[in-house]
Design a binder for this molecule. Structure first.
Ligand SMILES: [Zn+2]
Ligand SMILES: [Zn+2]
Length: 167
């Protein structure tokens, strides 16, 4: 049997890594979350928690706290849904890859939009999301956090070296 290549992620790990990458765009210092909506290994939409378009970011003007939660941003799941909506993409039947388990409201929005499976590696505090997902028949997969590193080696994995030599 062929040996599994070191550093080659599974599909679930691959899309979770994309969610981790999306979270790098988050603008609230209290929380960095990324969400990627995937159907048949095809990325339909991505999102991260951030302010409304044109509005100031928590990183620049501070958080807007109500009941100990920052309410300035739309959450990653909502922003992924909004991206799909604004592009006319139907996300019914998709997998949602999220860095953190959803909050209750995002879980309800994803369920209403027809997602079938949620893949996460981290929990969210005080949330009924898991119960809502279970009640709606949405499969929950909790994985270990994939390796953070991007294993791209310019010298070995591109023709750059060769090109340089052949000059
Ligand atoms: Zn904030
Ligand atoms: Zn949320």
């Amino acid at each position: 049997m062929a040996k599994k290549k070191k550093n080659r992620p599974t599909w679930d790990e691959y899309f979770l890594k994309l969610a981790m990458l999306a979270s790098e765009r988050a603008t609230c210092p209290r929380m960095h979350v990324g969400c990627v909506l995937v159907k048949n290994k095809f990325v339909l939409a991505t999102g991260y928690n951030g302010s409304l378009p044109g509005q100031p970011h928590c990183d620049d003007v501070g958080c807007l706290i109500v009941n100990n939660h920052c309410v300035r941003t739309n959450h990653a799941e909502i922003n992924a849904l909004v991206q799909a909506t604004t592009h006319g993409v139907n996300i019914n039947g998709t997998n949602a890859y999220i860095t953190n388990m959803s909050c209750t409201n995002c879980a309800k929005a994803l369920i209403a939009a027809g997602i079938k499976r949620v893949v996460v590696f981290s929990d969210y505090h005080e949330t009924l999301a898991t119960q809502f997902y279970i009640d709606a028949g949405v499969e929950i997969a909790k994985l270990n956090m994939p390796q953070k590193e991007i294993h791209y080696d310019l010298k070995n994995y591109s023709s750059a070296k060769k090109t340089k030599k052949s000059r």
